[in-house]
Ligand binder design. Structure first.
Ligand code: SAH
Length: 353
């Protein structure tokens, strides 16, 4: 048994079954043994890859979207250019490179990164080149400034709880221990207030997921955007309303059992964008697929411009990356983008009110 599995098993033996949220938090962010604490999981040699790691075009276009939004909001002279869960720092590096030519943008930008993993903070320090970069453990520590923010594959890593419908109530799906093996079981009947509205669109046996930290973070960033101005671009897999078991694990680019090797596999759940939009006390644009947004922001022109400078295998892999980001059968439709913006203003370019 691995040290982290032993730690989790001991806790269950002491206090009884734990929620999926507690299990996810221990697996991903245990201060010594957590998945994100002990490694850089990204890239071909790691467990999974993400849009900014696939092509520079992703960060360039999101960066220009934020910069246009900054221009449209009257170029606030001092603002936070922020990212939640920046991984290797590639997205922020691409945003900064693409916005170099926007007069006043870099001079006013204070880069703020919310990152819990010391290992990944080091990577970010190497890749992000800007005069002012500040790291935070939590979104609530973001400064009181106009906030222009991106988050790619961040909300899917936040701990969720799962509830299974039973009659007019629910039972929580919890992680317990049987013969030294971690197993999923059902807790006693509960009726969380957060789930009252879900009695209307679920049936007996249906599973719904609640991500309390995601809601709290959406509230933090929405409060700043409403009070000080700014915009947030939240990119992730998921949909407008969560239904069903989306708890999953990935290791070496293949799906695996989320209970099999705690701390050794990436654990995620689909993002319930409706819950984020409702928790944010500001306006939001209509949720759109990643592919749609990238086309609207001009990815075809950028793809062609970059392709002209490439030949052979480099050109082929550039075109394959374009396909992967935009094709509805690849990331184009599974991934969605939610934009948050002040209620008195229009959404960022590429979005519909
Ligand atoms: N956005 C990057 C990385 C995605 S992986 C990309 O697209 O490539 C998820 C990132 O979120 C990692 O940097 C991870 O360390 C960070 N993270 C996960 N849970 C977190 C939490 N609770 N608080 C802060 N950062 C977290």
């Amino acid at each position: 048994m691995s040290a982290l599995k032993g730690h989790i098993a001991a806790r269950i033996a002491a206090v009884g079954p734990i929620s999926l949220a507690d299990y996810m938090a221990l697996c991903l962010m245990h201060p010594e043994m957590g998945y994100y604490v002990t490694r850089d999981p990204l890239g071909a040699a790691g467990d999974f890859t993400t849009a900014p790691e696939i092509s520079q075009m992703f960060g360039e276009l999101l960066g220009l979207c934020l910069a246009q939004s900054w221009l449209d909001q009257g170029r606030p002279t001092s603002f936070a250019l922020a990212e939640l869960g920046p991984g290797r720092g590639t997205l922020m590096a691409d945003i900064l490179r693409a916005t170099k030519g926007v007069p006043g943008f870099h001079a006013g930008a204070h880069v703020h990164l919310v990152e819990a993993s010391p290992t990944l903070r080091e990577k970010q320090a190497q890749s992000i080149n800007h005069a002012r970069v500040t790291w935070h453990d939590r979104a609530e520590d973001l400064p009181d400034l106009p906030l222009f923010l991106v988050a790619n594959e961040f909300f899917d890593a936040l701990p969720i709880r799962q509830f299974q419908r039973e009659g007019e109530g629910w039972r929580e799906r919890v992680v317990g221990l049987r013969d030294d093996r971690l197993t999923i079981g059902l807790g006693g009947p509960v009726a969380p207030a957060d789930l009252a509205h879900r009695l209307a669109d679920t049936r007996d046996g249906d599973i719904v997921e609640i991500c309390a930290p995601g809601r709290a973070i959406a509230q933090e960033i929405g409060t700043r955007i409403e009070a000080r101005g700014g915009a947030a671009l939240i990119v992730d897999y998921g949909d407008w309303r969560s239904l069903g078991d989306t708890f999953q694990a990935v290791q070496a680019h293949a799906p695996t059992d989320p209970l099999a090797a705690p701390g050794e596999a990436d654990l995620t759940a689909h993002v319930d964008f409706e819950a984020l939009a409702q928790a944010a006390p500001c306006a939001h644009a209509r949720l759109i697929p990643q592919g749609t947004l990238l086309f609207r922001l001009g990815i075809e022109a950028r793809k062609d411009a970059l392709a002209r400078k490439l030949t052979g295998a480099a050109r082929d892999s550039h075109l394959a990356a374009f396909q992967r980001l935009t094709d509805p059968a690849e990331m184009g439709r599974l991934f969605k983008v939610l934009a948050l913006h002040p209620t008195t203003l229009q959404p960022p370019p590429g979005f519909d009110p």
